[in-house]
Design a protein around this ligand. Structure first.
Ligand code: PLP
Length: 393
């Protein structure tokens, strides 16, 4: 079905789907590594691009294509590139858009491995990287060098919930001939469409909100421009970080409920945030939907809702953080986010334990910070769980 002129919820269900000869209502799993050519000429045409027939699953596969086209429509982009994981998306984008002696400016609170890959690996190929708090535009401008090629932002950032102004970044990027890449994992296209604000490339860990059920790992990239799309697809195919057909089937199933999952989760999140804000053992809370968030106005401008991610600090610091982890029972003590289930984690002793104290402080990842991903359970149960956990500190 043609869905280009349809609404977002209709696209969630139907975009990218195609009719097969059996009339399948959903896109089947094409669990095959390779595809039979009709004859020698057809094989030659597939390779030369004269035919868009499938060749080999690392290069393309019908189930994976359906997901790529689905997400491209959701993000209002040219086309999508599905990857084995969110990091597969990040590495394909770096590989395609950076080169020897080039420079990238990235959010300092960017996803840990997205930073580590630049610092530990791309640095060996003389790619330079600067990490700044991109929620303050002047930091970005000050970091621009003659060899800067890419501005890479994550908004809201993980786990600080700092928000970066996408439209302003796009203006700066255009003025200085940079490509703007946005990691949209924390929002999903339901809450934020970076390409509409002028970004060139948007990427996701679909492990989080887009699949939404904590049962697969995967990633996706959407580019606005065909030339950039081709470059990134080349890197993905040659590095071999393709999605597989079963992953694609799972995420096609998960994405259908994206809107209703996020609506419920953010309704819960607002109530949880209000509860935490008034709790005497909570030192601070950062949730984009609270007026106390320093970029509340910007959140209203560029997001279609406030999402279900928040971070908060405990008056008892590091030890209190660990105590809370051990005294909640409904919230699952686990990394990851954006699923139907509520998850809690303590970055200082978990995800960011390997980051130096200096870099942690610079990025605002304090010892007392607790990250909370609110699920779609009954909100009273989520709040009671926190109430019990906090009473044990
Ligand atoms: C999880 C995550 C990633 C990496 O994705 P994987 O699927 O784990 O490889 C990248 N960016 C953000 C913001 C994430 O939360």
């Amino acid at each position: 079905m043609k869905t280009k002129d349809k609404g977002f919820n209709t696209k969630l269900i139907h975009a990218g789907a195609f009719d097969d000869e059996f009339g399948s209502a959903t896109v089947p799993i094409y669990q095959t590594s390779t595809f039979r050519f009709k004859n020698a000429q057809h094989g030659a045409d597939c390779f030369s691009g004269k035919s868009d027939g499938y060749i080999y699953t690392r290069i393309g596969n019908p189930t994976i294509r359906a997901f790529e086209q689905n997400i491209a429509e959701l993000e209002n982009g040219f086309d999508g590139i599905a990857t084995s994981s969110g990091m597969g998306a990040v590495s394909s984008v770096y590989m395609a858009l950076l080169g020897a002696e080039s420079h990238i400016i990235s959010s300092d609170a960017v996803y840990g491995p997205a930073r580590g890959l630049l610092e530990q690996d791309f640095s060996r190929y003389n790619v330079e990287a600067s990490f700044v708090n991109t929620s303050k535009v002047e930091n970005i401008i000050a970091a621009i060098r003659p060899n800067t090629k890419v501005l890479y932002i994550e908004t809201p950032a993980n786990p600080t919930m700092d928000i970066t102004d996408i439209a302003t970044c796009s203006k700066i990027a255009k003025e200085h001939n940079l490509l703007l890449v946005v990691d949209n994992t924390f929002c999903s296209p339901y809450l934020q469409k970076p390409l509409d604000f002028g970004a060139d490339v948007v990427l996701h860990s679909i492990t989080k909100f887009i699949n939404g059920h904590a049962d697969i790992v995967g990633g996706v990239i959407v580019a606005k421009d065909p030339e950039i799309y081709k470059k990134i697809r080349h890197s993905m195919v040659y590095m071999g970080c393709n999605m597989d057909p079963t992953q694609a089937f799972m995420v096609l199933r998960g994405v259908k409920t994206l809107a209703i999952r996020i609506e419920r989760a953010q309704e819960n999140a607002m109530k949880v945030a209000e509860y935490l804000q008034s709790h005497p053992k909570v030192a601070w809370i950062k949730y984009p939907g609270l007026e106390s968030h320093p970029q509340f106005e910007l959140a209203k401008k560029q997001m279609n809702g406030f999402g279900s991610m928040m971070s908060f600090g405990l008056k008892g610091g590091y030890e209190a953080g660990r105590k809370l982890m051990d005294n909640v029972h409904l919230a699952i003590l686990a990394v990851s986010l954006g699923g139907v289930e509520t998850l809690i984690q303590h970055p200082a002793s978990m995800t960011h334990a390997g980051v130096s104290k200096e870099n942690k402080n610079a990025a605002g990842i304090t010892d007392d910070l607790v990250r909370f991903s609110v699920g779609i359970e009954d909100v009273d149960d989520i709040i009671n769980d926190l109430k019990y956990g906090l009473s044990n500190i």
